[in-house]
Design a protein around this ligand. Sequence first.
Ligand SMILES: C[S@@+](CC[C@H](N)C(=O)[O-])C[C@H]1O[C@@H](n2cnc3c(N)ncnc32)[C@H](O)[C@@H]1O
Length: 288
Amino acid sequence: MGKMVFEDPWGDGRAAFRADNRANWDERAVLHSASPGYSVNRLIDDPQALTNVVSFDLPLLGDISGLRVLHLQCHIGTDTVSLSRLGAKVTGLDFSAAAVAAGRDLAARCNADVTFVEGDAYDAAELLGAESFDLVYTGIGALCWLPRVDRWAQVVSELVPVGGRLFIREGHPMLWSIDENFTDSLVVGYPYFETSAPMTFDEPESYVETERPLTASISHSWNHGLGEIFTALLDSGMSITSFTEHDSVPWEALPGQMSMREPSGEWCLTERGERLPLSYTLTATRVK
Ligand SMILES: C[S@@+](CC[C@H](N)C(=O)[O-])C[C@H]1O[C@@H](n2cnc3c(N)ncnc32)[C@H](O)[C@@H]1O
């Protein structure tokens, strides 16, 4: 299909948001690599180990052995290495130089044949080539860093040939809309729909334990409603093949209101989990 033309999402005032986010993620990548929350040593010590995230994904992901997989916004490579242990030929892309360096170091220590590329998610097709992958795998706190979901969907579609697939498990947009400062009730405090202006936070703490607070603590994020995500994918020539909402998420998104579920390591609402979907898995196939 013809390429759609979008306003440059990082142009004008938005380039400054990207620069703040990159500094924030460069610092987080270093701290996360040493955090027990990312269990890097478990992957190094046990050549069979998979991250909790990839283990959770397995039933909906299916057999990926032999596939060319792109892990978009791969962070420090823990899920990326896990995907390669499932027999896929994996490339990870992230815009944080520190995350890419951490991913390369982890892959070397795990003896995993993974390629890491530094670059913006929006530039992935240009950097890696159109139709270069059988599967794009992404999520778990990825989409919220991108201002426009339509541009993201177009890139995903360009990365795979007709018949190629997307697998995303992501924080649910209803979860992203809940104000985490309330510890005894679910209060919709943030936008559900995509907004032009970002939500800007100044948070010295990350979502996993770190040995010191962040100094590059400013970040900017955007929510994207389910309808917006679906429409963006459909408009990009992708057909949605499954959509599953989950009552759990891999991080403690609402401190004070969540409990960890074993053995998955997923976090769920302690009280009446039926009130709110916390994450979703969406699969799609390029059809035109
Ligand atoms: C929460 S992490 C993704 C989590 C990942 N699934 C994991 O836990 O291993 C978000 C990642 O997105 C990356 N990121 C944010 N904005 C990006 C952009 N515009 N292009 C590429 N990567 C980006 C960050 O550097 C970070 O590594």
